[in-house]
Design a protein around this ligand. Structure first.
Ligand SMILES: [Fe+2]
Ligand SMILES: [Fe+2]
Length: 330
């Protein structure tokens, strides 16, 4: 058996030992469907007689939103819509669902279902809102979602549950930031409903982020050497947004246009990336562990200066003045 297999087995064992924590997290961090918001809470009620007036109002509100914001919103929505990939990703991690039973009542499998069930509302709501606004080229949007689900998802966690917990902690915080900033821009453009939608979704992401960070805190407590190694590995590969396989174009890909637009609009930037590293290394007190194995000391050193390096990169990032917004109806 090689060392990678050993490491993966050890990490899977630790994760399996946290089944009861995962089950409790469903109660503590997720909302019972009976009390949870649903997309229709924010959308025109199609059964009402004045629905056409409601639609006119919605279109008036969305009219002044800059094309770049619509484009970012579509990118965020497409990311949310690739949900089947996330549920599969989670259940394929070592130690999460070794029986391969998606209906299992075990803690992690239940968590994965309840978490993605919450996520499902995000894509539904944004998709319907954008459709009604008439601002997006929905056929192109649908083709991109089709491609993204078809192409799959690679978190680069390599089935390692530790790296996956780092990835999801990071990613939930990143999506929270993107939704908050999109909401601010929607508000600025005069769409208070869209602003509320973005803030509400961001609120969900904040709960998810808290949960994933707490899972990882537990791993740091049990196995600091392994946790530091996983953190180092994941960050060396870099956290890539889950939707990066939305197309396979080498040049001017939809994903690169989307990323440049979010950078340009201040929706999700290199500086945010750096700040997330600062936040996570601080929260998990990366620098505080002593008595570590050599490889963990090296990981600790690498992680200790990582945020600073990204903050320096962020200062040098430039965005081309002209980026053609994707998925927007001209
Ligand atoms: Fe989400
Ligand atoms: Fe989330």
């Amino acid at each position: 058996m090689n060392s990678r297999t050993n490491e993966l087995e050890k990490n899977a064992e630790v994760i399996s030992s946290l089944e009861s924590i995962a089950a409790q997290a469903v109660e503590d961090f997720l909302v019972d469907p009976r009390h949870c918001w649903q997309p229709t809470d924010f959308l025109p009620d199609m059964s009402r007689e004045d629905v056409l007036e409601q639609l006119v109002l919605l279109r008036k509100r969305t009219d002044a939103i800059p094309a770049e914001v619509i484009s970012s919103l579509v990118g965020n929505m497409i990311t949310e819509e690739a949900l089947p990939n996330y549920l599969s990703f989670f259940n394929l991690l070592k130690g999460m669902n070794d029986e391969g039973n998606m209906a299992s009542e075990k803690g992690w499998v239940r968590w994965s279902r309840a978490w993605t069930a919450e996520e499902n509302r995000h894509g539904d709501l944004l998709n319907k809102y954008l459709y009604l606004s008439g601002r997006a080229d929905m056929k192109q949007v649908e083709i991109t979602i089709h491609n993204l689900i078809g192409n799959g998802f690679d978190s680069k966690a390599e089935q390692d549950p530790y790296q996956a917990m780092i990835y999801t902690s990071f990613q939930e915080r990143a999506t929270k930031i993107a939704h908050v900033n999109t909401g601010k821009l929607a508000d600025k453009a005069g769409d208070d409903v869209l602003s509320r939608i973005c803030k509400t979704i961001a609120g969900d992401e904040a709960r998810h982020e808290k949960a994933y960070k707490s899972f990882m805190s537990k791993i740091f407590e049990i196995d600091p050497d392994g946790a530091l190694l996983a953190f180092e590995k994941m960050m060396k590969k870099q956290i890539t947004m889950p939707a990066f396989l939305m197309d396979h174009e080498k040049k001017d890909s939809l994903f690169s246009r989307f990323s440049l637009i979010t950078q340009k609009m201040g929706i999700y930037t290199t500086s945010d990336y750096a700040s997330i590293i600062t936040h996570l290394t601080g929260l998990w007190k990366v620098g505080s562990f002593t008595g570590l194995k050599d490889y963990a000391v090296r990981a600790q050193e690498y992680l200790g200066t990582l945020a600073e390096r990204y903050h320096r990169i962020a200062e040098r990032v430039t965005v081309p003045g002209l980026i053609c917004p994707a998925w927007v109806r001209e």
